[in-house]
Design a protein around this ligand. Sequence first.
Ligand code: FES
Length: 215
Amino acid sequence: MLVFARDDDKAGAAGVRRAISQRELRLVDDPELADVILVEMSDESDLLELRRLRSTNSRAILIAHTMSQDRELWQGAERAGADRVESSGGLAVLLRRLDKGIRSGSNRERLIPLCATADVAGRLGIIASVEHDLGELLLVKGQGMPVCLVGPCPHAGAPLGSALVEDGVLTCPAHGSQFLAVSGERVRGPADCGLTELRVVEESGRYWAVSPAVS
Ligand code: FES
């Protein structure tokens, strides 16, 4: 696994060194070649660098790491395109897991951060809505694990973040198209197709949508 860390990212480099023993991790100088890009976050000025590296290599897993507990900084990193936001102290463990996953092929999927589980505990219906290149990612909770449906509405493109979910059916606020909340399957038009569903995983206190890697 090829890892890029900036020269001034001491915690990132230390994490790589700890993870590197007996593994095929290698630091590279060019972020375009990397499977994993590390960005140490100290303050908001690092968000620009995060965005720059995201646009430099959209295929890589982009990890923002920090010693800070500043919630705004963590959320800013997610909005800036980080696939993962982690405590710097946990980097070595995470890199070992990613290395194993990349060699087995399972990291061909990317995790898209949706929200902290604590922020939406006990809520039902559309509990979070995130703008992403894939579309409007809606985290929908009924019984059991939430699902992620991709808006906007396929009929005429209305946003679905404020759509009502009743009796397991999501209704578009514009013209009334209906979709199953558990799968996005079309129930009623005028939309002539359903909503794409992405798998959701819960990890590190957050919900993540799983999407194929951008190649
Ligand atoms: S835009 Fe949703 S039903 Fe028309």
